[in-house]
Ligand binder design. Sequence first.
Ligand SMILES: *[C@@H]1O[C@H](CO)[C@@H](O)[C@H](O)[C@H]1NC(C)=O
Ligand SMILES: *[C@@H]1O[C@H](CO)[C@@H](O)[C@H](O)[C@H]1NC(C)=O
Ligand SMILES: *[C@@H]1O[C@H](CO)[C@@H](O)[C@H](O)[C@H]1NC(C)=O
Ligand SMILES: *[C@@H]1O[C@H](CO)[C@@H](O)[C@H](O)[C@H]1NC(C)=O
Ligand SMILES: *[C@@H]1O[C@H](CO)[C@@H](O)[C@H](O)[C@H]1NC(C)=O
Length: 411
Amino acid sequence: MLLKTVLLLALVAQVLVLENGLLRKPPMGWLAWERFRCNIDCDKDPKNCISERLFMEMADRLAQDGWRDLGYVYLNIDDCWIGGRDAKGNLLPDPKRFPHGIAFLADYAHSLGLKLGIYEDLGNFTCMGFPGTTLDKVVQDAQTFAEWKVDMLKLDGCFSTHKERAEGYPKMAAALNATGRPIAFSCSWPAYEGGLPPRVNYSLLADICNLWRNYDDIQDSWQSVLSILDWFVAHQDILQPAAGPGHWNDPDMLLIGNFGLSFEQAQSQMALWTVLAAPLFMSTDLRTISAQNMDILQNPLMIKINQDPLGIQGRRILKEKSFIEVFLRPLANEASALVFFSRRTDMPYHYLCSLGRLNFTRSRVYEAQNVYTGDIIRGLQVTTNFTVTVNPSGVVMWYLYPIKNLGTPQQ
Ligand SMILES: *[C@@H]1O[C@H](CO)[C@@H](O)[C@H](O)[C@H]1NC(C)=O
Ligand SMILES: *[C@@H]1O[C@H](CO)[C@@H](O)[C@H](O)[C@H]1NC(C)=O
Ligand SMILES: *[C@@H]1O[C@H](CO)[C@@H](O)[C@H](O)[C@H]1NC(C)=O
Ligand SMILES: *[C@@H]1O[C@H](CO)[C@@H](O)[C@H](O)[C@H]1NC(C)=O
Ligand SMILES: *[C@@H]1O[C@H](CO)[C@@H](O)[C@H](O)[C@H]1NC(C)=O
């Protein structure tokens, strides 16, 4: 009986995730930080400084270049927008860089079918030293964001204590809810607690946040991508079950279109983030992005997989001595996404595998579509050997789906 009660409570706890109805699929959009940082010198660099001009130009690109229609709808401001507080303590944007204010920018985004995200920091200051949201300002700042018609808040955690974060993040969740405006809530909380239990309670996070940053900020390098990936894989038993519709792990922004990744590495980040059911926040200059990088980011099958309605985060299931790793994400309609990832540094590797090796057991015929080339691989059975050729630091990604049953299951 006690066990039954405990199980029942566990079930109830699982269902009690953040009930603002938002982000049933990982959010997609554009976030300023990784590419544009805290560049606030608009005299020297008017085109790239953190200003309403930058956000309006990115909004135009999102709307006109196919991004919005594929799901990239969030236009998200990061640090360095704040000018101060007025006499009543209300937040104000920098008057020179955001002369029309944030409500104007939200209206502009909405007029283009986009959503506006904003940034604050639970603490004395933002990470770059602008006025933060101290505990006594949480309710007031939530109301300000709602009045401006903001659609998402990323709440960072610089200049705060463990105790202030434990009080402040749930308080902000309640304050956002009390505004009556649906505002997706992105919490940097776990990243400031080492990302792991017992300091991080992932079921509590799912109760109060729609997404959360678990680990370090991404930087524009392959080494940074690998360090984040390695950490997510090392702790996948903890992280994988924490994600689901309405509540996502966030390994941070996509670097694609910037300077640090090769073509293969850009394809790899996109594929790996997609199997991890990660938010797809680009942080690149959409005014100058190349066609090749656009193809990676706008791949319709990739996006369909990322946005799969089951919202199950994938895992690394196999690590070969050959330095090939295989990731799998279960998808709706008994499909799966498979990523064959090479950690090699020599030459394209011909990796021999079978679905049986990946522990598929059912007597079925499968078909796969190569997500990047579009090629169809037919007639795959559990025992069928196949070879994928994976480039150094690259991936081969498959969308795999059953075609027909072959009678009784093998086990
Ligand atoms: C925040 O500011 C208060 C008041 O100046 C100070 O007492 C406190 O130590 C500061 N907290 C942090 C984490 O810096
Ligand atoms: C506030 O929370 C309640 C209860 O979880 C939920 O039904 C409601 O949709 C939330 N409202 C907003 C604006 O998030
Ligand atoms: C984690 O938070 C949940 C509330 O969501 C609570 O029921 C549970 O006791 C917490 N777990 C721990 C270990 O503190
Ligand atoms: C397949 O199952 C075996 C036995 O449960 C397990 O040891 C192995 O790690 C699994 N391999 C994969 C790729 O899931
Ligand atoms: C598949 O490859 C394995 C490993 O090389 C080999 O042992 C097996 O005989 C092959 N199976 C078929 C059907 O070719």
